[in-house]
Design a protein around this ligand. Structure first.
Ligand code: NCD
Ligand code: ZN
Length: 346
């Protein structure tokens, strides 16, 4: 039985760090195991310009634990007013790694996102020319579309036409949650990849809704039925380089989750690698974990894989994770996979 696993140090290709006290509380949880992360720009107000991203990067660097080598990879939040020249300048001076597109109203803090895709055509064409990747939140926002169908409908009505209209645009379909999303990424021509979250590999919609409503499993895109979870597990463990880890670790105060209208987001930064080793072992694919966490992402983004390594060890007794992370404004509950975890990062 394998009980030790050494991997190139992982990166997180989709992470919410927030700002202020929350940033200071959650950043060490990612910086401990990960070398780099794509930092989501959905602050209030969002990170829209190169100047915003430079200031946010400085706040993240200032909040890092002493001696940490963690590198935040910054993104800009695409709005219908985004200036292509500002995007190109932020890319040219190495400030940003990607641009994030939220369909307006799709998720937490997405009100300034895109409603009319014609209004961002110029920016997308510039991005295709300069080789700057687009990170796409893949859900339609039409209220008449069932929430469990919003990713599937997005593929044919938004993603595919947009990619055809902008040849050469490198796209990351963020947090894939459906078998249709997996099939699209697997079969599409051109430069496309999909991130998969930790929690979508471990839960399906029954975990949210059966036997009582569990707000800490509520995230967007919402987890789908078990057949989709199985498709995600197959994709993540397939070795296909188009799939890699984006935790979408998205902290919210417990008070904002455990309420009549709770926020979307699962906080997985602390135990993600234990969870992933558990899933990959269950799938008989521990030898493919490194590709998913540490190799496929850098290859898609045109960056070198990390040189240093981490080691995971499997023990007979469960890893003792805290139930919550403390912040000055109240606790943030850590994702609970619903069963013990035995792999830990040494
Ligand atoms: C994210 C957040 O809280 O910012 N929430 C979530 O459920 N994933 C936003 C997002 O990535 O959709
Ligand atoms: Zn997210």
């Amino acid at each position: 039985m394998t009980d030790t696993l050494t991997l190139r140090r992982p990166d997180d290709w989709h992470l919410h760090l927030r700002d202020g006290a929350m940033l200071r509380a959650v950043l060490p949880e990612s910086a401990r195991d990960f070398a780099r992360a794509i930092i989501m720009p959905n602050l209030v107000p969002p990170v829209v310009t190169g100047a915003d991203a430079a200031r946010y990067r400085d706040r993240i660097l200032a909040a890092l634990p002493e001696g940490s080598g963690f590198t935040p990879l910054m993104t800009l939040y695409l709005t219908e007013e985004t200036d292509p020249a500002d995007v190109a300048a932020a890319h040219a001076n190495g400030l940003i790694t990607a641009v994030k597109l939220y369909p307006a109203g799709a998720t937490t803090n997405s009100a300034s996102g895109v409603s009319n895709f014609d209004n961002v055509r110029g920016v997308l064409e510039t991005m295709a020319e300069i080789g700057l990747p687009l990170c796409f939140h893949g859900e339609v926002t039409d209220p008449s579309v069932d929430i469990f169908d919003r990713e599937d409908v997005f593929l044919d009505t938004v993603l595919d036409p947009l990619r055809r209209a902008t040849p050469g645009l490198k796209v990351t379909l963020e947090h894939v949650t459906t078998s249709q999303g997996v099939d699209y990424i697997t079969q599409a021509d051109g430069e496309i990849a999909g991130t998969i979250t930790t929690h979508h590999l471990m839960i399906n919609r029954n975990h949210i809704l059966a036997g009582g409503i569990r707000p800490h499993y509520y995230c967007l895109p919402v987890a789908k039925r078990a057949t989709h979870q199985e498709a995600l597990r197959r994709a993540a463990t397939s070795g296909n380089p188009r799939f890699f880890l984006g935790t979408d670790s998205a902290p919210h105060l417990d008070a904002a989750k455990e309420t009549a209208c709770g926020c979307a987001g699962c906080f997985t930064a602390t135990n993600t690698l234990s969870c992933l080793a558990h899933v990959f072992e269950e799938e008989g694919a521990l030898d493919r974990l490194e590709g998913f966490t540490s190799l496929n992402g850098p290859a898609h983004y045109g960056l070198p894989a990390n040189e240093d390594t981490i080691t995971l060890v499997k023990s007979a007794t469960p890893v003792d994770y805290p139930a919550q992370i403390a912040t000055p404004n109240g606790p943030v509950t850590l994702f609970d996979p619903g069963h013990p975890l035995f792999w830990r990062v040494t």
